[in-house]
Structures are given as C-alpha cells and as structure tokens.
Design a protein around this ligand. Structure first.
Ligand code: 2NL
Length: 357
C-alpha cells in the first residue's frame, strides 16, 4: 500500500473512533510495536542509502500526520467525555436532598433544636462546654466540696489522672458550662446549656449517658417570680398547651438557695397523661436561685448579682412529648425505631410554625 493510501485509511479510522478505547486500538495498530507505521520505519534499516533517502521523508511525514491526528482526536474525545460526564452528574444545589438519602433527625436532636428555638426567643444564648471536666468545675464550684455526700449521689465516672495532674470527670450535669460562662462573661447572662452528661447508672429508666438542659439567668434583682414565668413560658411553648399550671415545691440542691422541684399540672385522658389541667402533677424540672457561694466562686458579688437556674432531662422531655415508652431505645440505633420516631431533616422547629408542628 502507498503511504498516501495508508495515511487516508488511518485518518479515516482515527475520525471513526468514537471512544478513547477505540482510538487507542487505532494507535496501537499504527504506531504500536507491531503497528503498520512502525513496520515501515523498521523496514528502512534494510534499504540501500539512496532508497532510504527516497522514502524516509514520506514515512516521517506519515508518522507525524498520524500522530498529530491521534492527539487531536484524543483531545476531542476527552472534551466530549468530560462534557457528557458533567451533564450526567449535574446537581442542582438549590434542591433539597433526595428523601431516601436524607436519613432522619433523632428525637433528641429535634427536642434540642426546639429548646434552642424557644429560649432564643426569650433572649437566651446556647452555651457549650467540655464533656470531660475538672472536678472543680463539675463539683467544687457548685458548692459540692470533696467529701460532700452529693458526690456519691452523682455516680460519677472518674478518669485516671495523669501524673501530678488534676482529677477529671465525665460531667454529671451541664452546670459546669454555666460556671465557665459566669467566669468568662459579665452579667447580665441568659444561657441554656444542652448536652450529654454521664452517670454510672444503668437500668430500665437510666442510661449511663443521657441528655440534660440547664438554664441560667444572672442579673440585678432576679427572683423566683422570674424563674416561674420563664419555666411557664417554656412549658407552654414546648408542649404547645396554653392551659399550663406549674407547682413549685421546696427542695434541696447544694448549688441553689432556695431550691425547688417543679411539677406541671396534667390530666389523664384515655389512659395517656396530657399536659394541662390540675388533676395530676408530674415532676419535670429542678430549679432554684443560684447559691451565693456559687456566685462568689465565679467571681460575682452576690450583693449586686442574683440569678436563677434550672435543669431537666432532655430524653424524658422527648418521651413525654412524642410518646416513647422505653428510654433505652433512644440509644439502640434501631432503624425501624429511627424511621418511626425520627423527624424529616427539613422539619426545622420554628415558633411561627409551632415548635413541634
Ligand atoms: C436537677 C435539676 C438543677 C441547677 C440544675 C444550677 C447551675 C448553676 C447554679 C445553680 Cl451554675 N444551679 N443548675 C439548679 C437546680 C436544679 O437541675 O434535678 N438536678 C439534679
């Protein structure tokens, strides 16, 4: 075959190749070890010098033309492949995630978002702190000195201290977050501290890790009336019930004076407890006025600043609102349970739509 005919044939095959793989096959057939052009080049070695001079330029030109055509075609096919892939993988980032990929929001996360929403509306910020705490922040600052009997009641997980280091604990409540805030910021302070807490306790109604939310207000002239109004407003918004009565009973916490236990009025309807009315009472919170020694430990003068604080279990709040009966199922990661009790990821709680709508 003449070099012209071979060139025409190869160029035709190059332009006919419609994938990178087909193009590679053409390249091998022309320029590979046993390719047609390679054979021609090799045959030059067996020619007389004058013969070689006569045909070599045509062979070289053939090799260059075919090489260039292969490169050009390769670039075209690469561009086309990229365009096709971009088209196929096109994603509209403004669309919500496809439901089957979205998973669901755990009821505890949902309730935490509801709490943040309700308290943000009352001017509270959300505060966070470490789950591995110093003994001082978790206990001593809260008027629970070493050897205080309240320490035994907390079923604390203790970390082995580093040599010469401070003894650390897994926080038994989120109060140390409030301690850190009082030490770092100037009043007025309005925060809630939701998060994980740990106690070495495990049975049908206790898990060694659970969730707590605490609230703290520090300002001038704060009294129990502010506490009661705040909790009433919270309970109304959270349970979406207007007819809410709270009952404060005297109680004791080392970090409050006075301390109160807070019951919410409720009634039995067809075998289920409903928030509202006053025919029954259910304890939902512990609270009180911040103990003057706690204020002093945080560098606040109790003659100038007063405050109230409260704490309650988030897991129990979620069970009451959404009707779960087994606490331990919260942490089993059972897909059927998560599907049943989980929330759509775009079902963000807002006050205007109703926090639990
Ligand atoms: C409960 C309810 C409570 C607090 C938590 C608190 C935090 C600071 C100062 C004073 Cl920094 N109080 N938190 C107060 C009363 C109750 O939790 O049943 N706890 C065992």
């Amino acid at each position: 075959m003449s070099t012209d005919a071979l060139q025409s044939e190869l160029l035709a095959r190059i332009y006919a190749a419609d994938t990178l793989d087909a193009l590679e096959a053409v390249r091998l057939a022309a320029l590979g070890k046993a390719g047609q052009i390679t054979q021609l080049m090799k045959s030059l070695g067996g020619l007389q010098p004058e013969e070689r001079l006569a045909v070599a330029p045509a062979y070289q030109a053939l090799r260059e033309t075919v090489s260039a055509a292969l490169e050009a075609r390769k670039a075209d096919l690469g561009r086309a492949a990229l365009t096709a892939r971009l088209e196929a993988e096109r994603i509209d980032m403004s669309l919500p995630p496809a439901p089957p990929l979205a998973g669901s929001v755990h009821p505890i996360s949902q309730v935490m978002d509801e709490l943040s929403e309700i308290f943000a509306d009352l001017g509270f910020a959300v505060a966070e702190g470490p789950e591995i705490e110093s003994d001082w922040h978790n206990f001593t600052a809260l008027n629970i000195p070493p050897e205080h009997p309240a320490r035994a009641m907390h079923d604390t997980f203790y970390a082995t201290p580093a040599e010469g280091g401070e003894r650390m604990v897994l926080r038994t409540h989120t109060s140390p977050v409030q301690i850190r805030t009082m030490m770092a910021e100037k009043p007025p302070i309005r925060i809630i501290a939701p998060g994980r807490v740990y106690r070495s306790d495990s049975d049908a109604t206790h898990t060694p890790m659970f969730h707590q939310v605490e609230g703290l207000v520090i300002d001038r002239g704060i009294h129990l009336g502010h506490l009661k109004w705040t909790l009433e407003t919270f309970v109304k918004a959270f349970f979406e019930v207007d007819d809410v009565t709270l009952r404060l009973r005297p109680s004791y916490f080392p970090f409050t004076e006075p301390g109160v236990e807070v019951d919410v009025g409720c009634s039995w309807e067809n075998g289920t407890l409903k928030i509202g009315g006053t025919s029954s009472w259910m304890e939902i919170l512990g609270a009180g006025m911040v103990h003057r020694r706690v204020l002093e430990n945080c560098g606040l003068d109790p003659a100038e600043w007063q405050g109230f604080a409260f704490g309650c279990g988030i897991d129990r709040l979620a069970m009451l609102k959404y009707g779960m009966t087994d606490l331990r199922a919260f942490f089993d990661a059972d897909l059927r349970w998560l599907k049943h009790f989980g929330f759509a990821s775009l079902d963000v709680p807002t006050l205007s739509a109703g926090v639990g709508a």
